[in-house]
Design a binder for this molecule. Structure first.
Ligand code: GLN
Length: 457
């Protein structure tokens, strides 16, 4: 059976009306994953998923109500899953079977979700294209031979190709928003500290955000209402009350002040993407939104500083896989991980610390201040997600600088810790384009409100 037209709500209705069982849906999804040629999965949890689906069917028959009961989802292979191999797409962790699951995963399972498999990604979440995986690249579902965006490449593809109904990813500098944009699905990077990072393999701990991919905005709000919240095991999660995200979906956008930062619509942006996003802004204006051109003056320094701070933290986090404590064979680190370890240790070494790391942290504060100032004038900010369309597999692999530049519109959001939502905006030459909505810390509800308006256009 083909579930492409089914939302999570439709699926749950179908379960209740006995049109199909969770077991049947899970088996169909597993068959589709096996037939799929895009290399979206590293591990399929076949036996576990089928037995959990049978349990879910029993609960459905008993009339138990849970928001994701019997719904198959996938996880980027960077989330620890008890008893299920977790590789971070690196051969260094080829045989690693975790002793526990990440709390975000536990929460989803408590809500009835069924983990159908672990998705492919750039190794250690280092990348923008999905090509850095030790298990081979994932392909774009819209055009053969093109990248799906990374690092959460397989997660985006798993939702875009209806291989499951939602997927968890991670976003340190754009790794959810970029693949969401390249695969025509909805991707949320929540506020830093909104969802627990515990049990998710760390990339750069002050930037890592735990978010997800869904087919639509409503489902993005549903998943966040499950995963968000304080976790005593992650000291950076905040005790701020979890909003009623779904209540924002029906609000209109009359009088909403939308900022359009001129630095995000300048020279480096593909003119076709620019036209598409500007058209969406005009459409929102017709619905009563007030569009204002604003400036985020430190934008251009953001990417440089991100590529100092992030490798510094990567070098520290990857130090534990030295084969003495964890990991099997440090010679198994790929080129990109080695590049980041070397760069990171260099910028942290005495003599260079002040010139690079400290300076970059000072600029990070300026980048954050830019957003603080902007949000005194506007409620949300709208930008493109990527300056370019998806590129051909192989095109940028030997040019790390070109690859890093694909992150110019996403990394500053992580530096500031604010939330960002990528929603589909249309197509150029058969390839998807995403639109990014940004708001102040803890404004996810507002992002869903605007995202829903964009989706309804
Ligand atoms: N593309 C960025 C990088 O390579 C972001 C990665 C991420 O968000 N995990 O660092």
């Amino acid at each position: 059976m083909n579930y492409s037209a089914y939302s999570i709500k439709d699926l749950r209705k179908g379960f209740k009306k006995k049109q199909f069982s969770s077991e049947q849906v899970v088996k169909d999804c597993i068959n589709d994953i096996k037939d799929d040629k895009l290399n979206a999965f590293i591990t399929i949890c076949e036996d576990e998923a089928i037995s959990k689906a049978k349990e879910a069917d029993k609960k459905i028959n008993e009339g138990i109500e849970l928001p994701l009961l019997g719904v198959p989802i996938s996880l980027k292979d960077i989330y620890l899953t008890k008893g299920i191999k977790t590789t971070a797409a690196s051969k260094v962790l080829n045989n690693y079977i975790p002793q526990y699951s990440a709390p975000a995963v536990e929460k989803l399972e408590e809500s009835g979700a069924i983990i159908i498999g672990k998705t492919n990604c750039d190794a250690w979440a280092h990348g923008s294209s999905g090509e850095n995986s030790d298990f081979g690249p994932t392909e774009n579902p819209y055009l053969e031979g093109y990248v799906p965006g990374g690092s959460s490449s397989g997660s985006a593809v798993s939702v875009a190709k209806n291989l499951c109904f939602a997927s968890m990813g991670t976003d340190t500098g754009g790794s959810i928003r970029l693949p969401a944009s390249f695969c025509n699905v909805v991707g949320l990077k929540p506020t830093y500290g909104r969802v627990s990072r515990y049990g998710v393999i760390s990339m750069a701990s002050s930037l890592d955000s735990i978010g997800h991919f869904t087919k639509n905005v409503e489902e993005s709000a549903l998943i966040l209402s499950i995963t968000a919240g304080n976790d005593p095991k992650d000291g950076t999660t905040l005790s701020e009350k979890v909003d009623d995200y779904e209540s924002y979906l029906k609000k209109d956008i009359k009088e909403l002040r939308v900022g359009m930062p001129k630095e995000y619509f300048s020279d480096g942006l593909d003119i076709r993407i620019k036209n598409l996003i500007e058209q969406k802004l005009r459409d929102l204006e017709k619905l009563g939104a007030k569009i204002e051109i604003i400036s985020l003056p430190n934008t251009e320094h953001g990417t440089e500083c991100y590529y100092i701070i992030q490798p510094a933290e990567v070098s520290s986090n990857l130090g534990r896989y030295d084969e003495i404590r964890y990991g099997n064979g440090r010679e198994n680190f790929g080129d990109e991980a080695k590049r980041r370890i070397m760069l990171g240790t260099y910028v942290l070494s005495s003599g260079y610390y002040d010139a690079y790391y400290k300076k970059a942290m000072q600029v990070r504060t300026l980048v954050k201040k830019d957003f603080d100032e902007a949000f005194k004038k506007v409620d949300v900010i709208i930008t493109p997600v990527s300056p370019t369309l998806p590129w051909k597999i192989g095109e940028k692999v030997n040019d790390p600088m070109a690859m890093y530049l694909s992150d110019v519109y996403t990394v500053n959001i992580n530096m500031a810790g604010i939330p960002g939502l990528s929603v589909p905006a249309g197509f150029v030459d058969g390839l998807p384009v995403g639109l990014q909505i940004l708001g102040p810390h803890f404004s996810e509800g507002k992002l869903f409100q605007v995202g829903q308006a964009v989706e309804n256009l």
